[in-house]
Write a protein that binds this ligand. Structure first.
Ligand SMILES: Nc1ncnc2c1ncn2[C@@H]1O[C@H](COP(=O)(O)OP(=O)(O)O)[C@@H](O)[C@H]1O
Ligand SMILES: [Mg+2]
Length: 217
């Protein structure tokens, strides 16, 4: 059995617990029984195509060992430096543009282009060499505009402190101004996907429901 004492808890996301090992590498453990080898395969594919992701060292069914990328998450940076909201929104749009260029890998099922499907500011670390995209567990195939819409929806329905609300909309406005304008037509579908994915709190469910009912325009 591996010793838990040599690990320091770093974070717990929606689906996993993350630790730092004594050798400085990061270990992601699933709480849902999802096979982490798929996420590792996806990350290896992406780094081979020039997308900034943490380097993978080892993967088993329930543990993924990867490079720890120091730096604030984009979500933290928005909170701490609200005056950067506009440029951070552009930076997230730019990450989508980089994904636009990557062919979808054959090992993913489905049809269409490569989608991260959870590319919100909490899944981007602003590392010393630039932004790094985390959490490829939900990656799939489809219309790239849906991926953009999911980014918008995740932040639009997030429960934030009142002081953050204006900053959020400044970020989202800048994000949407720098992506395919058709992406907003995919918002109802993105809300449906997000609602189906996890147990959401009642406020978030209500906000998602409202977006699902929105007419495309
Ligand atoms: N390679 C990494 N470098 C730095 N922080 C990381 C790394 N991987 C994960 N984290 C931290 O752990 C959190 C949860 O990891 P994530 O892959 O997003 O799991 P979940 O699927 O549970 O959301 C992230 O939001 C981030 O704060
Ligand atoms: Mg995450």
């Amino acid at each position: 059995m591996r010793s838990v004492a040599q690990r320091q808890h770093l974070a717990s996301g929606q689906d996993s617990d993350v630790f730092i090992r004594s050798d400085g590498l990061l270990v992601k453990r699933t709480r849902t029984g999802r096979d982490l080898r798929c996420e590792a395969e996806m990350m290896l594919y992406l780094s081979g195509h020039g997308i900034p992701v943490p380097r993978v060292f080892e993967a088993t069914e329930d543990e993924l060992v990867m490079q720890y990328v120091p730096g604030p998450r984009m979500s933290e940076e928005i909170g701490r430096k609200p005056w950067l909201a506009g440029s951070l929104g552009e930076e997230l749009a730019d990450l989508h543009h980089r994904l636009d260029l990557i062919p979808a890998p054959g090992f993913l099922s489905g049809e269409g282009d490569l989608l991260h499907l959870d590319l919100h500011p909490g899944n981007v670390v602003l590392g010393p060499e630039g932004p790094v995209v985390l959490d490829w567990a939900s990656a799939g195939k489809g219309d790239r505009r849906l991926d953009v819409a999911l980014s918008w929806v995740s932040l639009a329905v997030a429960h934030l402190a009142p002081v953050m609300k204006l900053t959020r909309w400044r970020f989202l406005r800048s994000f949407m101004a720098n992506v395919d304008p058709e992406a907003k037509n995919a918002i109802p579908e993105a809300a449906r996907i997000r609602l189906a994915r996890h147990d959401r709190d009642p406020r978030e469910r209500a906000a998602l429901q409202k977006l699902m009912d929105r007419e495309p325009h």
